[in-house]
Design a protein around this ligand. Structure first.
Ligand SMILES: [Zn+2]
Length: 277
């Protein structure tokens, strides 16, 4: 039977040399070979490898480019989540089941979510109202989208690149907080302390240890603003706990999409998001 191929419009895409954004992608559905691949023990134990295996098998073109390890590295996390969701939908349907634990009463329940109903946030083109970034050429010779954030209480301003699959691969760690720190640290291109004055401006490459040396209130702010920047699907679902009726925010975890058996890992609401709202 012929495999279905689907052309999609990406929520993020990549910047072209002329500064325009290329949002085109082509995916194919999963095959028996993909299913056998993701059943491998080493991939089940490593969600990041699993995600990469699925994307390398099923994405034919990303942002107009033929898929390769290098292009996979450039993929923004918002697009990664979007593509995984679309591959899952085309191959296995829109309904996904996940388990969660209520933070109020501790009762474990199952959730059935409709992937076709998720909100998808777009990183709009430069010049469009609400565009959260500027396009800049950096010392690596490439054009990047840079977002900015400032906090007047802390007297801080940062400028940062977006997180990519390469960031995650290079900073893989079983400690998800440490990984988030490293990814954050490797993407910040400029840091300024002291409003209205040019104090302590550090030009990239940003030292990742810098994050470890910051007060926790600064780290928390950085993690929070970074998590709000990217595009992609919003995988959080607000539901009422069947036992105590508390409203809970459950995050459907992408890395569980293609696992052969349903998993139970407790509440998704505590997971740390690197990008993609
Ligand atoms: Zn409850």
């Amino acid at each position: 039977m012929a495999l279905g191929e689907y052309t999609l419009e990406l929520p993020c895409g990549l910047v072209e040399e002329d500064g325009s954004i290329n949002r085109s992608a082509v995916i194919t559905e999963m095959t028996g070979a993909t299913q056998a691949l993701i059943g491998r023990r080493d991939l089940i134990k490593d969600p990041e490898l699993l995600v990469k295996a699925v994307l390398r098998s099923c994405v034919i073109k990303y942002a107009g480019r033929d898929m390769s390890d290098n292009i996979y590295g450039d993929m923004l996390l918002g697009d990664r989540e979007f593509l995984l969701m679309e591959i899952r939908r085309k191959s296995m349907g829109d309904t996904i089941r996940t388990s969660f634990e209520c933070g109020s009463c501790g009762t474990a329940s199952d959730l059935e979510a409709d992937l076709g109903a998720m909100d998808i946030y777009e990183l709009v083109d430069p010049g469009t109202t609400g565009c959260p970034y500027v396009v800049e050429s950096l010392p690596d010779g490439r054009s990047h989208r840079i977002w900015e954030a400032e906090n007047s209480d802390l007297g801080l301003k940062i400028r940062s690149k977006y997180s990519t699959c390469r960031n995650i691969a290079q900073n893989k760690d079983t400690n998800s907080i440490l990984m988030a720190h490293r990814v954050l640290g490797s993407n910040i291109v400029e840091w300024q302390e002291g409003f209205g004055e040019t104090l302590n401006v550090i030009e990239g490459p940003f030292p990742s240890k810098f994050i470890s040396d910051q007060p926790l209130r600064v780290v928390d702010w950085l993690m929070n603003v970074a998590s709000l920047q990217g595009g992609g699907p919003d995988m959080t679902q607000e539901i009422a706990c069947p036992a105590c009726s508390s409203t809970i925010e459950v995050r459907v975890d992408m890395s569980d999409f293609f696992l052969p058996t349903p998993t139970s890992k407790g509440s998704r609401s505590a997971s740390i998001r690197l990008s993609g709202q």
